[in-house]
Design a protein around this ligand. Sequence first.
Ligand code: PBG
Length: 330
Amino acid sequence: MNRSFPTTRLRRLRQSSFIREMVQEHRLHQSDLIWPLFVIEGEAIIEPIASMAGVNRYSIDKLILQAQEAVRLGISAIAIFPKIDAALKDSAGTLATDENNLVCRAVRAVKAACPELGVICDVALDPFTDHGHDGLLEGHKILNDETVAVLCRQALVQAKAGCDIIAPSDMMDGRIGAIRAALDAEGYEDVMILSYAAKYASAYYGPFRDAVGAGKKLGGDGKKTYQMNPANKDEALAEIALDISEGADMIMVKPGMPYLDVLQAAKAAFGVPSFAYQVSGEYAMLRNAIDAGLVSEEAIMESLLSFKRAGADGILTYFAPFIASQMVKE
Ligand code: PBG
């Protein structure tokens, strides 16, 4: 391209809103959105989460109303995260594989009320373990293969409950292949897998751990022996390549905005449906800055467009209902 001033004036295409919109390269649509929702035991409960202004935990009856709202707003899917009573946790995360646990009951209720809404479940033990790790512990060591065996059973109870998309977020080696095989062996070959393929050991998960009541006791290396070093990018591509070869239908990069380069590289390298998770810490930073009057609400759309620009096919974001209701109004 050989363009030069004054024949070329790039500002010509910015002079009014019709032309700015006409030449807009990327757009967000409600169907790009996945809304993470927190569920708790009980009835008629809407419990605000202190570290995430505007985000609540819902009892199942109230969760259904949120799911109906998601459908009304044109949001594609919700991701369900449980806050388990501390008394029900143990070191093996036993409740994770119980087909009547909170997650499974929530999935059945949501699918009964809103069959057309996509339902995604996290596969990882952290909401269920008393130590807050995603896997089984032996001393200070997270056991890989033993954990994978449990994750397969966790995925199966979720699939049986009606979950459409299984989303392993634990970062154990080999779990995608094992979960795919376990699902297929039980007749769940149509259940999809969205792998948290490149998941970093990030400080941005703080508010989430508060929301699900996990992680206060992690100590030591935290989750660094399984989640990735934030300094690495080649390794992210290696993780994603493996997960695709093991049968992941879709991959995710997490967190979102600090890892846009990884998302862009992954989309370019593999061309598979790729998702970004704008995690709890990103949400809290933006929400608090907006509430303090430091940045305008437009920062939300700007942050979400950055994912589209980087190549995201969809975005998990706690802003999903807010931004979708803006789009519905337009
Ligand atoms: C569980 C899980 C985490 C998140 C999603 N699934 C936390 C973690 O790995 O410690 C974080 C989501 C967020 O911060 O919004 N493995």
